[in-house]
Design a protein around this ligand. Structure first.
Ligand code: URA
Length: 457
């Protein structure tokens, strides 16, 4: 078999066979096939696409290119959740303990974040001593004993995807549905869970900004998951504004603790109930989603989910006292308020830009080597549809450096659009004003569910 022939075939719009896909993935992972030939093939795929069979074969080839986690020693069906990523997305920190407290094993592999705020692992490191560097044995033991463990991605998880994604990133070939869905799902399949619930975000802070693209990605990933024999469901959820109020690592951990204590933001709780109900119904720990929701709600009202978080933190070396005393989490030196320049209603929040404001404070990574400041970030006080008075707080900003704080506050303000009545006076500010007397419509939190054989909105 020759790589040249595969490039010609795909360039002409033909489908590649499983043998051909295995050949190029194996050759590329081993370094036998050079970058320039794989780049050419990726560009051909970009223009010609891949059918479902090719996409599934590509996913399996990448999943099998390194370690496949064997979780068979865990009792019962294991559930995992994956989010395509967003601003203020601390869902795993709330959902994991809720689902585990309801009895289902949560075996999760997570990453660190690049950009915006940190990833789940960074956030969890707000608990002094917490580590996700678990061996496979420890990981399995923890899931069997306390029903929950989170492990960092091993270096050898889907190495073909790691190489291919880096290549696509610099050859303008990221943006293809087959390539994105196979890339994400290869890592999920290699991580071993039986039940996979995908949180596919849509909106200004999401990887997929348009709703139709988010549904298409959800459908492609659900088809791959089910095609690979895993029970896979996707929830398309809103990321047109940050989730909850907190953006920034330790601030998000505190918000997760508040939510598990019954005092969290409604959108975050609702999303966790939605995702969790699919996980519990999928693992068979609830007869249906309605019963699953009731079980999950009970884990909050009886305190068992909060207790589960403490057990989980303790089991992974962290100081679990911080679950009950959040002053033990990293604290920023300065806290200031960001006032609104005018009376009006919040019409739009550019979620990405709120993420950038947190990044400017030091809360995210600009490069792989950056060290994150876990204590900094923002607490939003006003979200889309809320009314605000001139001088009232739009947010609180948490910083350790006054210069960075000012920069970040301006960036944050530029993320907001206020709808104000014609003739409204405003102080000079980066906030955008739109003059109108019509009301602001709120977007739904859940845009739809995609299951194996159908999609619903
Ligand atoms: N995230 C991934 O892991 N892969 C892609 O191709 C795009 C987003």
């Amino acid at each position: 078999m020759r790589m040249y022939d595969l490039i010609v075939k795909k360039r002409g719009g033909e489908a590649l066979t499983k043998e051909e896909i295995d050949f190029f993935i194996e050759g590329y992972t081993k370094g036998v096939i050079p970058d320039y030939q794989v780049s050419a093939l990726m560009m051909a795929v970009y223009f010609q696409g891949m059918n479902m069979e090719e996409t599934l074969n590509l996913t399996m080839a990448m999943a099998n290119s390194g370690d496949m986690l064997d979780l068979s020693a865990i009792h019962g069906k294991k559930a995992d959740k994956h989010s395509t990523g967003g601003v203020g997305d601390k869902t795993s920190l709330v959902l994991g303990p809720m689902v585990a407290a309801a009895g289902a094993p949560v075996a999760k592999m997570s990453g660190r974040g690049l950009g915006h705020t940190g990833g789940t692992i960074d956030k969890l490191e707000s608990f002094p001593g917490f580590s996700t560097a678990l061996t496979e044995e420890q990981f399995i033991k923890n899931v069997n004993t306390i029903h929950m463990a989170i492990m960092g991605q091993t270096a050898d998880l889907a190495p073909a995807d790691k190489k291919l994604y880096a290549l696509r990133d610099v050859t303008a070939t990221v943006d293809n549905l087959s390539l994105i869905s196979s890339s994400i799902m290869s890592k999920k399949l290699a991580a071993g869970a039986d039940v996979i619930v995908l949180d596919v975000k849509t909106g200004s802070g999401a990887f997929m900004k348009k709703e139709e693209d988010s549904f298409a990605l959800a459908k492609a990933m659900v088809d791959i998951g089910n095609g690979a024999g895993r029970f896979t469901t996707a929830v398309v959820s809103d990321m047109d504004q940050p989730l909850g109020f907190a953006v920034g690592n330790a601030l998000e951990v505190k918000e997760a603790i508040d939510t598990l204590s019954g005092n969290g933001p409604a959108d975050l709780l609702e999303l966790c109930l939605e995702l969790g109900s699919h996980m519990l119904a999928g693992t068979g720990h609830a007869p249906d989603r309605e019963a699953a929701r009731e079980l999950l709600e009970k884990t909050i009202s009886d305190g068992s989910a909060l207790k589960k978080l403490a057990e989980f933190v303790e089991a992974q070396g962290g100081d679990s006292r911080a679950v009950y005393d959040t002053s033990l989490l990293p604290q920023a030196a300065y806290v200031e308020e960001i006032p609104s320049p005018a009376d009006g209603f919040v019409a739009h929040i550019e979620a990405d830009e709120v993420g950038v404001a947190s990044l400017l404070l030091g809360g995210g990574r600009e490069t792989k080597e950056s060290v994150i400041d876990l204590s900094v970030g923002l607490i939003l006080k006003k979200k889309v549809g809320d009314s605000v008075k001139k001088g009232e707080n739009l947010a609180q900003i948490y910083a350790n450096d006054r210069g960075k704080m000012e920069n970040a506050a301006n960036r944050f303000l530029s993320a907001y659009t206020l709808r104000v009545l014609p003739g409204t006076e405003a102080v000079d500010s980066p906030v955008r004003l739109e003059f109108s007397d019509s009301p602001v419509e709120k977007r739904p939190l859940i845009h739809g569910i995609v299951t194996g054989d159908k999609g619903s909105r």
